[in-house]
Design a protein. Structure first.
Length: 270
């Protein structure tokens, strides 16, 4: 059996959490990350019959039965993940009936998955119904996006349009736009269900006055998606109090989408 600490997926996961902390997106124990893994990725490193313990998921996750997930722990600091993965992360399988997580590795100090686990798993289910290749859900608190939710209309079309106008690459990187939720209590099934419903329309869901949920096929893709949204929000916040002399026009956004061959979300600039 190989040492799981040498697994490329674990190294990549740890590196992403370090970068999210370094950028100031995940203060204290803020933020959480989940990665869906295939059995053949996990099998070389773990005895799949050796379940360390079980924990209730708090909702029906049968759509993910038998799937494996690497997930950050509750009350864990992203700055501590790299170098202490076994305490700060956990790798578990969804039980056959979809009610439990079967812990195979991690949470060694007795910890549990993030309190946002239902929201993560619901979002995985929703995104995979649209794109079966989706494997990552990332929740984080990018500073400027968070600030933007205090000064911009909290409406999906307007919010998306503003972000698209802030940088040439935006309509190319997230042509599906962003979905915006009003403030809701975090850590509940209600916000998880609302997020999952919006995830059927876009890979980014903004939690107003809180942060962002992003989804993608790989850790790099998802990180880059969130990074691009945050860059656009940063440009907006730097210019929000100034007279705008120039902007990317709607017709120019259409030219961009056509040139790069992306299908942009209708109703935003049409």
């Amino acid at each position: 059996m190989k040492d799981i600490l040498s697994a490329s997926f674990l190294k990549a996961f740890s590196k992403v959490t370090s970068n999210m902390y370094r950028l100031g997106w995940d203060e204290r124990n803020g933020g959480n990350l989940s990665l869906l893994l295939e059995e053949e990725e996990v099998a070389p490193y773990l005895d799949l019959k050796d379940v360390k313990r079980r924990f209730f998921l708090g909702f029906d996750a049968q759509a993910l039965a038998g799937k494996y997930f690497l997930v950050t722990g509750t009350q864990k600091y992203f700055k501590n993940v790299e170098g202490d993965e076994e305490n700060n992360l956990g790798l578990f399988r969804i039980s056959a009936d979809g009610t439990e997580g079967e812990l195979l590795w991690g949470y060694a100090d007795g910890g549990r998955p993030t309190s946002e686990l239902p929201a993560h798993l619901m979002s995985h289910i929703a995104r995979r119904s649209v794109d079966p290749m989706n494997r990552v859900v990332m929740h984080t608190h990018p500073t400027n996006l968070l600030a933007m939710t205090y000064v911009h209309e909290l409406e999906t079309r307007q919010f998306t349009h503003t972000l698209w106008q802030m940088s040439t690459e935006c309509i190319v990187v997230f042509p599906d736009g962003v979905e915006v939720l009003p403030w809701m209590l975090c850590g509940t099934n209600e916000i998880g269900e609302a997020t999952a419903e919006r995830m059927k329309k876009a890979r980014v869901v903004v939690w107003s006055m809180h942060g962002i949920y992003g989804a993608g096929k790989t850790l790099d893709e998802t990180f880059g998606l969130v990074e691009t949204v945050e860059k656009a929000a940063t440009v907006y916040m730097l210019t929000a109090g100034l007279k705008r002399v120039n902007t990317i026009q709607d017709e120019e956004l259409k030219v961009l989408a056509n040139y790069f061959g992306v299908e942009y979300r209708k109703g935003i600039i049409d």
